[in-house]
Write a protein that binds this ligand. Structure first.
Ligand code: UDX
Length: 419
């Protein structure tokens, strides 16, 4: 099949690569000239494990241009452009602009919206262009973009005409994942509802983590026990400095605003956002406890800048909020280390973890990067483990504390799971 993809960011590039690898002819349209040049040469434009190899395999079938006319005679054209929030509401201008350009170049085609959009958007685009519009939201995680596109848990399609969804099944069926065919509006809401649910799950764990610290429980043990219940499941119960990234913060905000615009309230999602907004302050309180109060003379080493591991993405990263607030509000000297993410704010960036640690009085694990745990094994400094990556019993006599547990020392033996 010949398929178009407009917008080659995280999502667009991942689907373009996977469709091309599956033997389809893929026409990618991208506005950024530098990105086009790099991709044509097989140079990845984002940090993703394994992406270079996949891009190389896809290149013979992947044709990238800035010109919408290259999409001519393409039946399905995916739109994967950004949908930021402006003043708390979704900004659809990039999607609308892409749709108008597709209409001008290829009016007989079908627009497939991959971007995250509020219910009613597909219909709006259809009215704007007079074209058929299918919804096919994405659920890929950064750091797993190719893997999640190849092996999704489910595929959601929404359209007015059933036959368009049946045709798309031929393109998407390679994964063997279950396909739900629904209305455009249901498909659009499924995406928001899923992200908001996951964000809420994390906020619940984070709120419980704070309770654990007060009452002498360990959040790791509590969520382990909760997760063994199949109805709850172990995923997205890991406490941390709060959720960040390009999706959860903007999607939860857009969903709350969308509900408000439709005379509804999503109080649970509002509470999840509220809890999330308090997590960095909580981390600062814990750092101050370790320091015995004032941080103004202290050198704080923050490990991890990215919003999570396996990505260089720093959008809405809680690490950055922590770094800036430590500097501005606590007048601390902040040292940082991250294996791939870059940041040039109010901090000293180190090229090696050991140097960063050596020059710090207190170490804070802010991102769950693989390798931090072993690198910290020999460190004899106060550590605040916001991601609970350390086995605290490996730190006898050292003041290492984890988010969601009281005090220092080893994990209790009775928390082991036996089968
Ligand atoms: C998310 C959704 O998972 C994905 O389905 C959607 O398509 C895009 O948004 P992503 O933003 O890549 O993906 O990150 P994700 O892995 O979901 O993590 C989001 C945030 O939650 C990160 O800051 C992460 O550190 C945090 N998190 C995640 C936790 O604090 N605890 C957890 O248990 C899981």
């Amino acid at each position: 099949m010949k398929v178009g993809v407009v917008g080659l960011g995280y999502v667009g590039l991942s689907i373009a690569i996977v469709f091309a690898e599956q033997g389809n002819t893929v026409i990618g349209v991208e506005v950024d000239g530098e990105k086009i040049e790099k991709l044509r040469k097989g140079i990845p434009t984002m940090f993703e494990p394994g992406i270079k190899e996949h891009l190389e395999k896809a290149l013979p079938n992947l044709h990238i241009s800035s010109d919408y006319s290259s999409l001519s005679e393409t039946k399905f054209i995916y739109v994967a452009v950004p949908t930021p929030t402006v003043d708390g509401r979704i900004d659809l201008s990039h999607v609308e602009q892409a749709a108008i350009s597709i209409k001008a170049a290829c009016p007989q085609s079908v627009i497939v919206i991959k971007s995250t959009v509020v219910p009613g958007t597909a219909k709006k685009i259809s009215r704007l262009t007079g074209m058929d519009v299918v919804s096919n939201p994405e659920f890929t995680r950064e750091g797993h973009a190719i893997e999640d596109t190849l092996h999704p848990d489910r595929i959601i399609l929404g359209a007015e005409r059933q036959e368009l969804m049946d045709e798309l099944e031929a393109l998407l069926g390679f994964s063997g994942a279950p396909i739900l065919k629904a209305s455009n509006e249901d498909a659009e809401l499924i995406k928001y509802a899923s992200n908001a649910y996951l964000a809420t799950k994390i906020s619940y764990a984070n709120e419980l983590a704070k309770l654990c610290e007060k009452v002498g429980c360990d959040i790791e043990v509590v969520t382990l026990g909760m997760g063994l219940d199949k109805r709850i499941g172990p995923q997205f119960l890991k406490p941390g400095p709060g959720w960040g990234g390009s999706c959860f913060p903007k999607d939860t905000q857009a969903l709350v605003a969308f509900a408000g615009d439709n005379s509804s309230r999503l109080k649970i999602v509002e509470a999840a956002i509220d809890v999330n907004n308090q997590m960095v302050q909580h981390a600062i309180t814990l750092i101050k406890e370790i320091a015995g109060g004032n941080l103004s003379e202290k050198r704080i080493g923050v490990l991890g800048i990215a919003f999570k591991e396996d990505t260089d993405d720093t959008r809405s990263s809680k690490s950055i909020e922590l770094i800036e607030r430590l500097f501005r509000e606590e007048r601390a000297q902040v040292n940082v280390y991250d294996p791939v993410a870059k940041y040039s704010g109010n901090c000293t960036k180190y090229e090696s973890l050991s140097e960063c640690v050596a020059n710090s009085d207190i170490v804070v694990v802010a991102t769950e990067w693989d390798g931090f745990r072993s690198a910290l094994r020999e460190v004899e400094k106060p550590i605040l483990d916001l991601r609970r990556i350390l086995d605290l019993k490996e730190y006898p006599g050292i003041y290492a504390i984890g988010l969601g547990r009281k005090g220092t020392g080893g994990s209790p033996m009775h928390s082991k799971v036996t089968s």
